[in-house]
Design a protein around this ligand. Structure first.
Ligand SMILES: CC(C)(COP(=O)(O)OP(=O)(O)OC[C@H]1O[C@@H](n2cnc3c(N)ncnc32)[C@H](O)[C@@H]1OP(=O)(O)O)[C@@H](O)C(=O)NCCC(=O)NCCS
Length: 195
């Protein structure tokens, strides 16, 4: 996660409501994924600090991305509490963009608060990100979705593998706290994605 963004694509406004329960709906709360609002930035700060500060000062960096042009952020709410978020932007595939040039979707961050992990919230957020990419692909040629993940983040790597991402560069760099960063990508073929 946490790549640099150059884009003019702006906010999608669709909502989705996802039942996480897999047959156990009375025991599990519903998660609602929706576009983040300005007042959600404090939660984005707190969640980022909770889960990303081992990699660097992302408690500060990610709230700044939230206000960057071209970044779209969705939050996941359970019983009105923000329990996770996903941030996505779009980059030109190569320099010298022309009409019809391909684009890359850049998944900047996805996070779920510790107490709500492994209940499908991350999957609901990822689904929303895929939906946004599908919308973007209606007017741009989006080739793939990319992200970075620490080599040591075995849970993150399992999660991304489950959603079709593969390691495309095992030496993408290092986080500021030293962890090796891997580049992961997932082909995007319009009309066939959105698990
Ligand atoms: C990665 C993350 C967003 C996943 O969100 P989540 O809501 O827990 O994920 P879901 O419940 O939707 O998905 C479950 C899948 O993720 C992986 N996963 C999630 N938690 C796991 C755990 N504790 N142990 C192993 N795998 C785990 C598994 O592949 C799992 O599928 P399975 O349950 O069928 O085995 C969440 O763990 C998180 O916020 N981690 C900290 C931040 C982070 O690392 N973000 C990615 C940055 S690169």
């Amino acid at each position: 996660m946490f790549s640099t963004l150059f884009s003019t694509f702006t906010q999608n406004t669709s909502n989705s409501r996802v039942d996480l329960t897999s047959g156990n709906w009375q025991a599990m709360p519903m998660v609602q994924v929706e576009p983040a609002q300005q007042e959600d930035v404090e939660y984005i700060h707190r969640i980022s600090k909770d889960v990303f500060d081992i990699y660097g000062d992302y408690g500060k960096i990610l709230p700044r991305f939230f206000t960057s042009q071209g970044v779209t952020t969705y939050v996941a709410r359970v019983a009105d509490n923000v329990v996770g978020f996903v941030m996505l932007g779009f980059l030109p595939w190569a320099k010298g963009v022309t009409e019809g040039s391909p684009w890359i979707a850049d998944l900047l961050a996805i996070a779920v608060v510790s107490g709500h992990q492994r209940h499908g919230v991350g999957t609901a957020l990822m689904q929303q990100a895929f939906d946004l990419v599908a919308q973007m692909s209606e007017w741009r040629d989006v080739k793939e979705i990319q992200l970075t993940c620490a080599e040591s983040n075995t849970i993150g790597l399992s999660f991304f593998a489950r959603h079709g991402f593969k390691i495309s560069n095992p030496h993408h760099g290092n986080y500021s706290e030293g962890q090796v960063a891997l580049r992961l990508t997932r082909d995007f073929v319009s009309g066939s994605d959105g698990d």
